[in-house]
Design a protein around this ligand. Structure first.
Ligand code: ZN
Length: 267
């Protein structure tokens, strides 16, 4: 029997926008290991180091670093959980911004496929064996509070839209069992503070963010990866923060890819 667990993911937002919250919450009882469940929460934030004018953001963002290190930097952080076999998810389009309402689902699906197969910028084989299966729309909402709390696990993995605190673009709550296998993972994407695009505007200005990049990042969290260093690993998808208008990290870098390979090889 599944035990009802609640978790409060305390999170500190710093000026550097490094916001990771990873708590393990287990049953306080002496239940069998198979009944234990863990929850973790992870966020992708706005890179306010790159804030200010958009031209500055574009010239100093990952675009420069990508050329140098996307395929040579193999840094990754593997967490305690991973996806094995097929992970099934649902979409709740309620609250989707009008600009992306018609394209968000396809973009989110594509981002998931990038992670499940290992599609990358480095010519490495996209041959990972996991499947991120879209199973339809849901009326259930992502169980994520506007205060970045993981509010429960109904066993259904839902990606949807809602309000998040300042600087947080999207937030993922992932549940996994005692074997380290993901049982559910919800994602909440901000629909208040930031403007999203699925096709980069010819002139990209202001706080506009690429939904595909963001969702590739969130799906990598679900897959079992944590954050790497914002500066040293700037070309990888798993930096904690993103810059506006940046589309250079829609596909995996060498570190992201190496991380998925390591997770797949985990016994
Ligand atoms: Zn993140």
């Amino acid at each position: 029997m599944r035990r009802q667990l609640t978790a409060l993911a305390a999170l500190a937002l710093t000026a550097a926008a490094v916001t990771v919250a990873a708590q393990q919450v287990s049953s306080t009882s002496t239940a069998a290991a198979a009944d234990q469940e863990f929850v973790v929460a992870t966020a992708l934030t706005v890179d306010d180091l790159l804030g200010g004018s958009e031209s500055t953001a574009n010239t100093t963002s990952a675009a420069t670093a990508t050329t140098d290190t996307a395929c040579t930097d193999t840094t990754y952080v593997a967490k305690a959980w991973r996806v094995t076999g097929t992970w099934t998810w649902y979409y709740n389009g309620t609250g989707a911004p009008a600009a992306v309402a018609n394209t968000a689902l396809a973009t989110i699906t594509s981002a998931g496929d990038t992670v499940s197969t290992g599609a990358n910028r480095c010519g490495l084989p996209a041959n990972l064996a996991t499947v991120f299966k879209y199973a339809g729309t849901a009326t259930a909402k992502p169980q994520i509070g506007t205060d970045l709390s993981c509010t429960g696990n109904d066993g259904k993995s839902v990606t949807g839209w809602g309000a998040l605190p300042a600087k947080v673009l999207a937030y993922t709550c992932t549940y996994y069992n005692s074997k380290g296998v993901v049982t559910a993972s919800d994602v909440l994407i901000d629909n208040v503070a930031y403007t999203w695009f699925t096709t980069k505007p010819a002139t990209c200005t202001g706080a506009q963010y690429d939904l595909q990049t963001t969702m590739t990042h969130e799906r990598l969290h679900t897959a079992g990866l944590g954050h790497v260093d914002q500066t040293a690993n700037a070309a990888q998808v798993m930096t904690p923060a993103s810059a506006p208008c940046d589309t250079s990290r829609r596909l995996l870098g060498a570190g992201d890819y190496a991380g998925l390979k390591a997770l797949a090889a985990r016994k």
